[in-house]
Design a protein around this ligand. Structure first.
Ligand code: AHR
Length: 496
C-alpha cells in the first residue's frame, strides 16, 4: 500500500499539554492495594509503595494521575483516609463491593505522585458527598495554614500545601450505576455550589465537570448540553470518557477502527461545546478532559469471586498488539485535537485495564499498550501539526470509513525536528512518501510490531517491544518510509 503525507511546521494545531499523557489510579481491584501499594513486596519503600512500579511509571513519562476514582469516589469519604494509618476505619466500597482499608489516602497518594514525577488530578465525591466535603478537601490540600483542615494536613506531615491544580467535580454522575447518580439539572446545581465553595478557598484551581460517561450513553448529548448550559461559567473542562472493545461481530478490522469512532466522538463533543459557547455568547472555550480512555475488554473478570475483599483481581485485561494499535490510534486522535483536549488519562495505570501489570510478591510487566503510550510521550510541550495524510480507507461495519493509517506529527522547536507517529492497522506494509517544506533526514525509526495476538507475559516480557532502526536517509524534502503491517512507528526527522 502507498500513502502520502504533507508536513509543514508552520501549520500548527497547538502545543501538546503535559497533561495529555496522564493516567488514572482508582481504589478498585489491584490498582492501589496489591498494585502500587504492597508493603511486603521486596521493592516496597517506607510508605509501602512498590518502587519497581514507580520506576515503570516514571519511564512511561506519566504526567498526572486522576485519583481516587472513578465510581469509587462517589461513595468515598476522604476524611477516612487521613491521620494515623492504624486507626483508620475499614469501609465498604459500594461501587465495587470491596473492603476499603483506608491504608492509602490523600497524603500517601501525594507522596507516591511526588516519587513518580506526576501531578494528582483530584476527584471529589458528588454522590454521597456534599459541596462542603469537597471544599474541605480543597482546604486540606491547598490552604497554606491556620485553618482546621490545613492544620490537620500539617499535623499529618505536610507543612507545605499540595497546591493541587486540577479537580474533577464528581465522576460519571449521569450513569444509573453511579452511587448518588443525578439528573443533569440536579448535577449542575450541586456541582455549581461545590465549584463556588472550592474556588473561594483556592481561586487558582481548574475544575472539570462530568460529561456523559460514554459515547453510547442514552442521555448523550442532552446531558452534556444541559451541564454546559448550566455550568459554563463555573467550570473549565468537560470530562469525556471512552472505552472501546470488540463489537458483537468480533471482527478484528472493525475493532482496529475504534480510533475512528473515538475521533468522531471527540468532534461531536467539541461541536456541542461550541454550540453552547455560541448560545451563551461567551468568549471562553471549555477545554476537554478525556480523563478515562482505553481499550476495555468488558467480558473479562467484571465480578469479584469473593465480594467485600481488598486487593483482589478485577477487570484485568491482558493486552495484545491489536489493543496497542487501537491505543496508539486513540492517542493520535488526542494529539490531533490538542487545541481543545488538554487532559488525557489512559485508564487505568496499574492492573485494572492497565498498561502495567504486577504479580503479588513478584515482577512488574509492561504490556503492549505501555509501549504504545511511552513511544509518544516525549511529544509533551511540542507543537502538534496539521498534516494531510492520503491513504486508502476501508469500510468498518460499525465505525464507517476508516483510514488504514492513524497519525500525528509534532514539531520540536528546540531540536529543530519532527516526531511522526504512524499506526498502520492494515495487514500490508505501507510505504509513505513524506513531504516537508524544508530539507530533513531520518534520525531514528522506532517500530512496535508482532503478530496481532502477541502479548507480553511474565515469562516472556519482551515479546512485543519497540525496536529502534537507525538508518540514514539522504537530506531531502521528500522521504520514503516503510511502515510494516500492523505496526506503530515513531519516526524522528531532523532538519538538515
Ligand atoms: O475505570 C473503570 C471505571 O470505568 C471507572 O470507575 C468509571 O468511572 C468508569 O465507568
Amino acid at each position: 500500500m502507498k500513502a502520502k503525507v504533507y508536513i509543514d511546521k508552520n501549520n500548527i494545531i497547538d502545543v501538546v499539554s503535559d497533561e495529555l499523557f496522564g493516567s488514572f489510579i482508582e481504589h478498585v481491584g489491584r490498582s492501589v492495594y496489591n498494585g502500587i501499594y504492597e508493603p511486603t513486596h521486596f521493592t516496597a519503600d517506607e510508605n509501602g509503595f512498590r518502587q519497581d512500579v514507580i520506576s515503570c511509571v516514571k519511564e512511561m513519562n506519566v504526567s498526572c494521575v486522576r485519583y481516587p476514582g472513578g465510581n469509587f469516589v462517589s461513595a468515598y469519604d476522604w476524611k477516612d483516609g487521613i491521620g494515623d494509618i492504624n486507626t483508620r476505619p475499614v469501609r465498604l466500597s459500594l461501587a465495587w463491593k470491596e473492603l476499603e482499608p483506608n491504608k492509602v489516602g490523600v497524603d500517601e497518594m501525594m507522596k507516591w505522585a511526588k516519587k513518580s514525577n506526576c501531578e494528582v488530578i483530584m476527584a471529589v465525591n458528588m454522590g454521597t458527598g456534599t459541596p462542603k466535603d469537597a471544599a474541605e478537601l480543597v482546604e486540606y490540600c491547598n490552604f497554606p495554614c491556620g485553618s482546621f483542615w490545613s492544620s490537620k494536613r500539617i499535623e499529618h506531615g505536610s507543612i507545605n500545601p499540595y497546591n493541587i491544580k486540577y479537580w474533577c467535580v464528581g465522576n460519571e454522575m449521569d450513569g444509573g450505576y453511579q452511587i448518588g447518580a443525578l439528573t443533569a439539572e440536579d448535577y449542575s446545581k450541586k456541582a455549581n455550589e461545590a465549584a463556588k465553595q472550592m474556588r473561594i478557598i483556592d481561586e487558582n484551581i481548574e475544575l472539570i465537570m462530568c460529561g456523559s460517561s460514554a459515547p453510547w450513553s442514552p442521555t448523550f448529548p442532552e446531558w452534556d448540553l444541559t451541564v454546559l448550559r448550566n455550568s459554563y461559567n463555573n467550570m473549565d473542562y468537560l470530562s469525556v470518557h471512552a472505552y472501546y472493545d470488540y463489537v458483537g461481530n468480533n471482527d478484528i478490522s472493525d475493532f482496529l477502527a475504534a480510533p475512528k469512532a473515538f475521533e468522531k466522538h471527540i468532534l461531536k463533543v467539541r461541536n456541542i461545546c461550541d454550540q453552547v459557547k455560541e448560545e451563551l455568547k461567551s468568549d471562553k472555550n471549555i477545554k476537554l478532559a478525556v480523563d478515562e480512555w482505553n481499550v476495555w475488554h468488558t467480558a473479562v473478570g467484571e465480578k469479584h469471586e469473593t465480594p467485600w475483599s481488598t486487593g483482589e483481581a478485577l477487570i484485568e485485561n491482558h493486552y495484545d498488539l491489536a489493543d496497542a494499535l487501537v491505543v496508539g490510534g486513540m492517542l493520535s486522535v488526542l494529539i490531533n485535537n490538542c487545541d481543545r483536549v488538554k487532559i488525557g488519562c489512559i485508564a487505568q495505570l496499574v492492573n485494572v485495564i492497565a498498561p502495567i501489570l504486577t504479580k503479588v510478591n513478584g515482577e512488574v510487566l509492561k504490556q503492549t499498550t505501555y509501549y504504545a503510550v511511552k513511544m509518544l510521550s516525549e511529544c509533551k510541550g511540542m507543537k502538534a501539526l496539521v498534516h494531510d495524510l492520503y491513504v486508502e480507507n476501508y469500510l468498518s461495519p460499525t465505525h464507517g470509513e476508516t483510514p488504514y493509517v492513524f497519525s500525528s506529527v509534532c514539531y520540536c522547536e528546540k531540536k529543530g525536528g519532527y516526531v511522526g507517529y504512524f499506526v498502520n492497522i492494515s495487514n500490508e506494509e505501507c510505504e509513505i512518501e513524506t513531504t516537508f517544506n524544508e530539507i530533513v533526514s531520518v534520525e531514528d525509526h522506532v517500530v512496535l510490531t508482532a503478530e496481532l495476538s502477541d502479548k507480553n507475559t511474565f515469562e516472556k516480557p519482551n515479546t512485543v517491544i519497540p525496536v529502534s532502526n537507525k538508518y540514514s536517509t539522504k537530506n531531502s524534502k521528500n522521504i520514503m518510509v516503510k511502515l510494516p503491517k500492523y505496526s506503530i512507528n515513531k519516526i524522528i526527522f531532523t532538519g538538515a
